[in-house]
Write a protein that binds this ligand. Structure first.
Ligand code: XIL
Length: 346
């Protein structure tokens, strides 16, 4: 290769690299200042305790907090007669000092259960008593400090039937109704949510959830809203499916919390390089969702919560063992195009 050709090649390569360079945008102002509804983040206590940059962004950008793991039964209630409040109370204090709304996640789920619950021996009424004490001890501990709870998480199968969780097996299908009643009895001021995945993608599941919750509400059970998790991708669900879900749920009179947003750029688990094209598609997806969310009546907008702060902190990489970049900030905590567009659209 002649020297001229070599230089030309270098110039072309440099130019094409520059094309994939992702421009930073201004994140000196808080996201939540641009929004009429709360903007939340799932907090990982290890990061909050140990990483200053994480701590600063959490304080500066968001005004609502969901604990990513530490309020789940295996963390909060590791032994039958022992509750571990230490980390949870630290998060409560963080929220009080910094004026953040705290949303509790989650009282009843089939995952992240401690062994003692999985191995609990007892008849139906003993299970019911244990279940009630679990819910009420936690709700009473945080009474006045927590604004709202995901009372039951992921109780439905994709085909709209009830998931055969340990709670359903031991207590019966009424466990959902009981969970809401027990939580309300313990903290009558807390807003109570049912939380699930694929609510926009799967119409059958959504209709089954709405039918159960409407039925319970007609019978006087306090249920204030639905958490749509929104672990989605740049492709699915389609915007029209999201629009239909938002309309149907708000028409039914439930608040909507987009409770666990992350937008995968690699849903098919390939070897990928993050590119400006993927990041723009991600930004467009969040912008479309935000515009649709802004259209529902404000009394139903409980807020938009991101399931993690930066790509470095996402659960997706470990849990699904794939390369992905689903959040607002990159691995260096710099704001991504999705952050910039979101701020503009809010
Ligand atoms: C995830 C956490 O992000 C992970 O750190 C943990 O290992 C597993 O749980 N739906 C939920 C969340 O309701 O609680 C889950 O969080 C993600 C899926």
């Amino acid at each position: 290769m002649t020297i001229r050709k070599y230089i030309l090649l270098i110039i072309i390569l440099t130019a094409s690299c520059e094309k994939t360079n992702i421009e930073k945008c201004d994140d000196s102002q808080s996201l939540y200042l641009f929004s009429n509804f709360p903007i939340g983040v799932a907090i990982d206590m290890n990061e909050l305790n140990n990483d200053n940059q994480y701590y600063e962004i959490a304080i500066n950008q968001f005004n609502s907090v969901t604990p990513e793991n530490i309020f789940k039964p295996s963390f909060l209630h590791p032994n039958e007669n022992y509750f571990d409040w230490l980390e949870a109370d630290k998060l409560v204090e963080f929220c009080q000092i910094n004026n953040k709304r705290l949303h509790g996640h989650t009282l009843i789920w089939h995952n992240q259960l401690p062994d003692w619950i999985i191995n609990f021996q007892g008849n139906q009424s003993e299970w019911d008593l244990m279940f009630k004490e679990h819910i009420q001890t936690i709700c009473m501990h945080f009474k006045g400090k927590i604004k709202s709870w995901d009372v039951v998480n992921e109780a439905f199968n994709d085909n709209g039937t009830l998931r055969n969780t340990i709670w359903k097996q031991k207590i019966g299908s009424s466990y959902i109704e009981k969970a809401f009643m027990y939580a309300h009895e313990a903290d009558p001021d807390a807003l109570l949510f049912y939380n699930d995945c694929d609510i926009a993608l799967n119409e059958t599941k959504r209709k089954a959830i709405l039918s159960l919750l409407n039925n319970l509400r007609q019978r006087g059970v306090s249920i204030h809203g639905i958490g749509m998790q929104m672990h989605i991708s740049i492709v699915h669900p389609e915007n029209k499916q999201i629009a239909a879900a938002l309309k149907e749920i708000s028409d039914n009179g439930f608040k909507i919390h987009l409770s666990e947003i992350d937008i995968s750029v690699n849903p098919l688990s390939k070897e990928i390089e993050p590119s400006i094209e993927l990041f723009e598609r991600q930004a467009n997806k969040l912008a479309a969702i935000t515009l649709l969310y802004k259209e529902i009546p404000s009394r139903y907008q409980y807020g938009i919560t991101f399931w993690g702060l930066s790509d470095k902190n996402t659960w997706i990489r470990n849990y699904f063992n794939r390369d992905d970049y689903p959040l607002l900030f990159d691995d260096n905590y710099d704001p991504k195009p999705v952050y910039c567009k979101f701020k503009d659209i809010l």
